[in-house]
Design a protein around this ligand. Structure first.
Ligand code: CIR
Length: 255
């Protein structure tokens, strides 16, 4: 199974991105880290489509938040942060094989709150994703015979700041989210030994792990591919948020 990954280059304005801590960001270093991320995706067999930077949208490298791709549908989200609502439209040509759904107000949802594991679609109710956003995505998921599950996110930015897929299991920090919704779906849970270990990117051929999560890398052993993401973490980003991945390359745009 080949994977297509849409990514978007770091914009010149990245140092002005939304973030919890006003730490200074080195845009050139962020660009180097982004290039390493792209190389790592390719090394694990992904076909990477790199979209041009949107220099006026400081958060636009975090492409996962603006579109959610299921098996047949792509949902263009209405991000929780108003400043991010112009990022999605230019992605449309790249997902042209999917049935497009545009999320409308009052719904808000960030793709960082959507975790697909098998036929389950977990959706975090967070600072960025509201109940209406969940309901809209749930309707689309049900149309594909997938099972939507709402999960309260008690801390941090997104659901996937707290947990991500590891094969058919879920690895996470379960002080920020309840285990119960995952246990009810019979999923195996793995405790991430450190906060940055909650967001890994499993591409089957290997698992990308942040250099800020050495214990998690050790736990995963030979499957781990460690990459440096310091400037990305400063922008409250992690591994999953910098790409939108889907399995069927026939559906990817041709531009
Ligand atoms: C934001 O606050 O929207 C960005 N600075 C970070 C978004 C990270 N996205 C993600 O983890 N899915």
């Amino acid at each position: 199974m080949s994977i297509t990954a849409l990514v978007r280059a770091i914009p010149r304005s990245y140092h002005r991105c939304l973030r919890e801590d006003e730490v200074e960001i080195d845009v050139d270093r962020a660009r180097r880290q982004h290039r390493e991320y792209v190389k790592a995706l390719e090394a694990l067999g992904a076909r990477v489509l790199e979209l041009p930077a949107l220099d006026d949208d400081p958060d636009s490298v975090f492409v996962e938040d603006v579109v959610v791709v299921l098996d047949r549908h792509a949902v263009l989200t209405r991000p929780g942060a108003p400043s991010r609502r112009g990022e999605g439209e230019s992605l449309v040509p790249f997902i042209e094989g999917f049935e497009l759904v545009r999320m409308k107000a009052p719904a808000t949802l960030d793709g960082g709150d959507v975790l697909r594991v098998g036929r389950f679609v977990f959706v975090g109710l967070s600072k960025r994703t509201n109940r209406e956003g969940f309901e809209l995505l749930a309707e689309v998921a049900r149309a594909e015979d997938l099972e939507p599950v709402a999960v309260e996110v008690r801390g941090g930015l997104h659901l996937k700041s707290a947990c991500t897929a590891l094969g058919s299991s879920v690895i996470g920090r379960f002080e920020r989210i309840d285990r119960a919704p995952f246990v009810a779906c019979d999923l195996e849970l793995v405790d991430a030994p450190e906060p940055m270990g909650a967001n890994v990117l499993d591409l089957g051929a290997g698992v990308l792990v942040s250099a800020a999560a050495p214990k998690t890398a050790a736990l995963l052993g030979e499957r781990a591919r460690i990459i440096e993401l310091g400037e990305i973490h400063k922008g409250d980003g992690a591994l999953t948020c910098m790409s939108v991945r889907f399995a069927d390359e026939v559906r990817a745009g041709r531009r």
